[in-house]
Ligand binder design. Sequence first.
Ligand code: HH2
Length: 285
Amino acid sequence: MTQGPTAQGDTRVGRLISGLDPVLMGILNVTPDSFSDGGEFFGVEPAVAQAEKMLDKGAHMIDVGGESTRPGSDPVSPEEELRRVLPVVRGILEVRPETIISTDTYQASTAEAVLDAGARLVNDVTALRGDPKMAGLVAERGCPVVLMHMLGEPKSMQRDPRYEDVVREVRDFLVARAEHAVRVGVREENVILDPGIGFGKTLQHNLELLNNLDAFVELGFPVLVGASRKSFLGKILGSDDAGDRVFGTVATSVMAYERGATLFRVHDVRANKEALEVAAAVRRA
Ligand code: HH2
């Protein structure tokens, strides 16, 4: 093992996620088919270069994923996922050994290998439901884990998603998943909650969740928001081009920060970072 969290925890990462200042998680999709940057960083060299670019623009951590979970996407095998991400994680740590890397996976075998290579967080879009081994792994490694809400699965999640009360249902789900995580040995301070913007949600559901983020913040765990360039922004702005959604994303980041979210998973680090820095300065005044 080169580096990474120990069972005693990782104080640098712990301080970052438990603080009140905005934390920027730069998105690095090493996939041919992600909705916004698919194919752009599908290869070690372009992926490492993109990670360095995001770090230079102020990203606090890099979230490396090897499977697209966009609506309609098919899963990839754990072997293929690892083949995509592992050389990239190693490549980033070779040129920037201090980088905090998060592994965007629900496969325990992928997470284990990437943690062994030096990643420090697990970002699980299934909230530990996708692989029965994931909860034990995260508990044993003592690393932070993002528990995200998703209704259904990527292939079919956008086919007429329905809730009676989206905020209450997503909140109840996340409470239950956090309780499960703690029950299996994940320390409370390592739990991060994410309402899962765009994962089995209509435009209205996404907006209600963003407008009521304080209901999640109240639970006492750090809250992460992943609204970056997502299609609900295109619906509001009338644009099919994901690259046209940067300003819309920034609006969600600032509003989410106002409501108490502190972690922001974004493609456009500089735009979000600058807006959040200003918002943080205003809040401190
Ligand atoms: N969204 C995506 C992937 N992982 N993880 C968390 N915690 N929260 C999110 O909202 C989230 C996530 C989907 O976005 P992206 O990675 O840009 O696209 P794709 O799934 O097509 O690779």
